[in-house]
Design a protein around this ligand. Sequence first.
Ligand SMILES: [Zn+2]
Length: 315
Amino acid sequence: MAKAVVCFDVGGTDIKAGVVSQAGEIITQKKIPTGSERPGKEIITDMANAAQALRDEARGSEIIGVGVGSPGLVGEDTVLLGGCENIPHLNGMRFGDIGDALGLPTKGDNDATVAALGEVSYGAGTGAKAALVITLGTGVGGGIVINGKAYRGATGYAGEFGHTSIDPDGLACNCGSYGCIEQYASANALVRRAKQKLIHALDTSLTPKALEDDKAKAVFDAARAGDALAAEIIEETGMYLGMALSSAANLLNLDVVIVGGGMSKGFDLLKPAIERSLNNYTLKLERKILALKPAKLGNDAGILGCAALFFSEEE
Ligand SMILES: [Zn+2]
């Protein structure tokens, strides 16, 4: 019987659940509404019930464990230590209770770290020795995977790429620092900069309404249609990203950077700008071996990463 893992990708609205095989195939899946204001125990009970149901549905597989990716800091013994702001009552809960109910071991980690592991194990980063996976969405996230294992750092929150500062006198970040890349290269930052530039722009197809309705997509759409202001905003974003990525690449001797998140839909437009910036700021020997790729797995990276917690990390 092929080995498989019951996987949970915990989000503020839904919890994505599924059974994933060692080969990275999603055998069965379902969504559980998170109910983010509910008591944490209720959420854990729902997950345990779903785990039971999923195991029954995947009878043809040998289930070897339960994997969980969650916002926040998952510590020893799969306890969610804190930092899960969207689902406050989940803080302090133990994901291991889900596996215990089925007599299975449970492994858990931060959702961005787990998604990075998924992308490297089953997606765009297969074969990479040192990978950084960044997520460009409303914020900027990151996960580091070294030799097939998630790199957690000393106390579990390695990979905070979004708070790499590129300017000491730069924009204030909600982390308390200044010039964090999240304030320049997230979808929110892109829209904010576009709105500022629109005030003085004379000749552009971008409008405040389009930015309000379509957010960062409005900028990418306009750039695709040949709008010079939109192209300039994307060029700047790529330049800032390249600066921050160069620091990471020089430090970690990365062989690949994988770009995921909502903004990766515009990867083809961002890529040349990031590459030019990498050429300027990355050490030569490092630049030679560094590849820049779009993420492949989309929303499945999380649950595939939960399986990789068992399959990649123990080989
Ligand atoms: Zn910051």
